[in-house]
Design a binder for this molecule. Structure first.
Ligand code: PGA
Length: 258
């Protein structure tokens, strides 16, 4: 008998690009084509274009290893909610996943844990996957509250999610102070929070579920630091912002995950 598989082997690495409010339609399609054309053996790849481009990017990536997602969705099923986009609409145009709880939604738009949880429940009930982001601000880290903040966000975000539905959830740990700043958590810092969050998931559900849960790191991931971050056993991939906007910086991160 060979060696028993390690915990990481339960989890396929996952690298996703969060394009935020960037790119026009043509450049979004060209970037999606470049990612689609890049073989990524053993790595799940995700793209989160701006809402208006989800339809087109999903068409470009249909039938490929690249899953496409929206950066947000409504907590409501339908109705008089001017400016909102429902989870069902997102799914209808070919998205498979939705990004929820990103720090820009929490801190720029004031989304609460309860509101994010309502969106999580809505997205899962529509059959979408969810990538749930959690992370502390620099003040919270300095106050020694990193674990508390991340636990609260994870527990609240997953309230009411069944054990079965958790299979369609991944988590992204994104320290707010590392997003778009060029400052990255060290592999040790990130690894400690990932291991802690996996423990929280084990307490909420059970050890098997926690071992299967993918926890990605996000915050200034680039080709130069991706490999050492993803070499940490509890870091199962990367959620990439700025470096996902160009093939020459995004594709090497996918390679680093394989
Ligand atoms: P960044 O963004 O890679 O530009 O820091 C990450 C994110 O916000 O998901």
């Amino acid at each position: 008998m060979g060696p028993l598989p390690g915990p990481r082997s339960l989890r396929t690495p996952y690298v996703a690009g969060n394009w935020k409010m960037n790119l026009d339609r043509r450049s979004a399609v060209e970037l999606a084509e470049a990612v689609r054309g890049h073989a990524a053996d053993g790595v799940d790849v995700g793209l989160f274009p701006a809402m208006l481009h989800v339809d087109e990017v999903a068409r470009v990536c249909a039938g490929s290893h690249v899953r496409v997602g929206a950066q947000n969705c409504s907590d409501e099923p339908s109705g008089a909610f001017t400016g909102e986009v429902s989870a069902a609409m997102v799914k209808d145009v070919g998205a498979r996943v939705v990004l929820l709880g990103h720090s820009e939604r929490r801190h720029v738009y004031g989304e609460s844990d309860a509101f994010i949880n309502a969106k999580v429940i809505r997205a899962l009930s529509e059959g979408l996957e969810v990538m749930l982001c959690v992370g502390e601000t620099i003040e919270e880290r300095r106050d020694g509250r990193t674990e508390d903040v991340c636990r609260t966000q994870l527990v609240a975000g997953l309230e009411g999610v069944s054990r079965g539905d958790l299979e369609r959830v991944s988590v992204a740990y994104e320290p707010v102070w590392a997003i778009g700043t060029g400052e990255t958590a060290t592999p040790e810092m990130a690894g400690a929070v990932h291991a802690y969050l996996r423990g929280v998931a084990a307490g909420l559900f059970d050890e098997d579920v926690a071992q299967a849960l993918r926890i990605l790191y996000g915050g200034s991931v680039k080709p130069a630091n991706a490999a050492e971050l993803m070499a940490v056993p509890d870091i199962d991939g990367a959620l990439v912002g700025g470096a996902s906007l160009r093939p020459d910086t995004f594709l090497p991160i996918i390679v680093a995950a394989s």
